[in-house]
Design a protein around this ligand. Structure first.
Ligand SMILES: C[S@@+](CC[C@H](N)C(=O)[O-])C[C@H]1O[C@@H](n2cnc3c(N)ncnc32)[C@H](O)[C@@H]1O
Length: 458
C-alpha cells in the first residue's frame, strides 16, 4: 500500500469505529478479516491512525467544531495528521491525490479547515478538563471527586498506549528460561518489577502469538496487574478454587499454574465463546485440574450443590473496564450512567451468589479492572454491611508471599488498588474477604499431596 492508501484505509476503519456501536477491537478484527491482503506494516499504520483518532476523539471534535466543521471520519483523520502528527495542509493535499487507492482530492472547505488547524496542537487552553482528558463530563465529575488533585494524572495515564506483558507459566519453565527462549526468537523483554512472573515486551507490537515460547505455553499474555490479582488469591496446590467469572481464562490460567495441577479449579462464566477460548489456552498451558462450566446466570441452580465447597472464590466481576481504557479507548464513550448502575447491581448479585460457595474459613476475592469507587470500595462496603460473617483480609498481609517488591498499595487500606499512573499496570481493584470459621484448607492440601503421590488425577 502507498502511505496515502493507508490513510484512506484508516479513514474507512475510523468510519466504522466512530459510531461506537460495538467494541473497537471487534470492529477492527472484522475489518481486517475482510481485508486479509493488508500486510503487517500497513496494518500497523492503519491502526496507529485509527486508534490515534479514537484516543483523541473529544479534542479532535472540539477542534473541528471550533472551525465550524463536522466530525466526519475523514475530517477527524486529516485533523489528526495536522494536530497530532504535525503535517501541514499542503502535505495533506499532496497525499490526497485521488490516485489508485489514495484518498480523493481535498475540497476547498477541507483545505481551509486544515489551514486553520495548521501549527496548532491537540491540546488547547480553552478546552474543558473533560475534553482534554477525553472523558464524558459526568465521568470527569466522578474522577475529580475520587482522585482529587491526582485525577488529571490518573486520566492522562489512561490515554497512553498499554504495554504488552507476559506471564511465565511455571508449569513449563521459569522467568530466566522464558527470557532466553524469547530472546532467541528476537523478542526482547525486561522483568516486571511487581509480579515475579512478569515479562515486559520492549516492542509491544512484536508478534508474540507466532513465537514458539507462546505456542508451547511457556508464556501467556497477561497484564502485570492481572497477574498480581491472581497471585493474591493465594490458590495453593490442593485447594478447591472457583473462578466465578473466568471469561477466556486469564486469571484461571495463572491460578492453575500456582496450583501445579493439584486440587480443583472450577472456571465458570455465562459466555460459552469465552470458556471455549479458555480451553485452548488451558491445553497450551498443560493444566489438567480445571473444570469449566457454563452458567445460565449467577443464579443457576447448578451452583446450589457447590455451597460452602471452596477455599477460594474469585469474582473477577464484569465492570466498566475503566482501568483498561488504555487498551479500549472507545470504552469510555460507550459507558453511560445507566450502564454503570446496571453493572454495580450485577456485581452485587454475583457477589451474593458467589459468597455461598465459600467454605467456613475460606476467602471470597472480589476484583475489577475499574477505577470507579461504586464498583470497588463502595461495592465491598455494601457487601460487608450485609455479611458480617465476612471480614476484610489486608492484601498487604499476603504480599510478601508473592513478591519481593515493596507493597504497591496503600498499607492503610485492606484492598489493593493498582493504576496505570502509579504502577504502570492496568487499573485494578481487589479485596480479599474471609469467611468466619475454621479453615480445613491445610487438610485439603495434604490430601491432594497424597493423591498426587499416588499418581491420580485430582
Ligand atoms: C472481567 S471479565 C473476566 C476476565 C477473566 N477473569 C480474565 O482474567 O481474563 C468478567 C466476566 O464475567 C462474566 N459474567 C458476566 N455476567 C456474569 C454472571 N452473571 N455470572 C458469571 N459471570 C458473568 C463475563 O462473561 C466476563 O467473562
Amino acid at each position: 500500500m502507498t502511505p496515502a492508501a493507508r490513510i484512506q484505509a484508516a479513514v474507512d476503519l475510523t468510519e466504522a469505529l466512530l459510531p461506537l456501536e460495538r467494541p473497537a477491537d471487534q470492529i477492527v478484527a472484522a475489518f481486517l478479516r475482510q481485508r486479509r491482503y493488508i500486510g503487517g506494516g500497513d496494518r500497523r499504520r492503519i491502526l496507529e491512525l485509527s486508534y490515534g483518532v479514537l484516543r483523541a476523539r473529544a479534542k479532535l471534535t472540539w477542534w473541528l467544531n471550533s472551525v465550524g466543521d463536522e466530525a466526519s471520519a475523514r475530517a477527524m483523520v486529516t485533523a489528526y495528521l495536522v494536530l497530532a502528527e504535525g503535517w501541514s495542509a499542503d502535505q495533506v493535499a499532496g497525499s490526497f491525490d485521488g490516485q489508485g487507492f489514495n484518498p480523493t482530492r481535498l475540497e476547498a472547505g477541507e483545505r481551509q479547515m486544515l489551514q486553520a488547524l495548521s501549527g496548532k496542537s491537540l491540546i488547547d487552553p480553552a478546552q474543558s478538563d473533560a475534553v482534554r482528558l477525553e472523558v464524558p463530563d459526568w465521568l470527569w465529575t466522578h474522577f475529580a471527586a475520587l482522585y482529587g488533585d491526582s485525577a488529571e494524572t490518573e486520566l492522562s495515564a489512561l490515554l497512553a498506549e498499554a504495554p504488552t506483558d507476559l506471564r511465565v507459566n511455571l508449569m513449563k519453565g521459569d522467568r530466566a528460561a522464558a527470557l532466553a527462549a524469547l530472546a532467541k526468537e528476537e523478542i526482547l523483554c525486561d522483568e516486571g518489577s511487581l509480579s515475579p512472573l512478569a515479562l515486559k515486551i520492549r516492542d509491544g507490537r512484536a508478534p508474540i502469538a507466532a513465537t514458539k515460547a507462546f505456542r508451547n505455553g511457556l508464556v501467556e499474555v497477561q497484564d502485570e496487574g492481572s497477574q498480581l490479582i491472581a497471585l493474591l488469591v493465594d490458590a495453593k496446590p490442593g485447594l478447591r478454587v472457583c473462578d466465578f467469572c473466568a471469561g477466556a481464562g486469564g486469571k484461571t490460567l495463572a491460578l492453575g499454574a500456582v496450583m501445579q495441577n493439584k486440587g480443583q479449579l472450577l472456571a465458570l462464566d455465562v459466555m460459552k465463546g469465552r470458556l471455549d477460548r479458555a480451553q485452548v489456552r488451558i491445553r497450551r498451558a498443560d493444566l489438567h485440574n480445571i473444570e469449566r462450566h457454563l452458567l445460565r446466570d449467577h443464579r443457576d441452580p447448578w451452583l446450589k450443590r457447590r455451597k460452602a465447597k471452596f477455599d477460594r472464590v474469585l469474582v473477577d466481576a464484569p465492570c466498566s473496564g475503566s482501568g483498561a481504557w488504555r487498551r479500549n479507548p472507545d470504552a469510555r464513550w460507550r459507558l453511560g450512567e445507566e450502564e454503570l448502575r446496571r453493572l454495580v447491581g450485577l456485581q452485587a448479585e454475583i457477589l451474593e451468589s458467589a459468597q455461598r460457595l465459600v467454605k467456613p474459613g475460606g476467602r471470597l476475592i472480589y476484583a475489577t479492572c475499574s477505577l470507579l469507587a461504586e464498583e470497588n470500595g463502595r461495592q465491598v462496603e455494601a457487601f460487608l454491611a450485609s455479611h458480617p460473617e465476612f471480614a476484610p483480609l489486608p492484601a498487604v498481609n499476603l504480599w510478601s508471599d508473592i513478591s519481593s517488591a515493596p507493597y504497591p498499595g496503600d498499607p492503610a487500606e485492606a484492598a489493593l488498588t493498582l493504576t496505570p499512573a502509579r504502577h504502570g499496570t492496568d487499573g485494578f481493584f481487589m479485596a480479599v474477604l474471609e469467611r468466619a470459621g475454621e479453615s480445613d484448607a491445610h487438610d485439603d492440601a495434604k490430601d491432594s499431596d497424597k493423591q498426587d503421590r499416588r499418581g491420580k488425577e485430582v
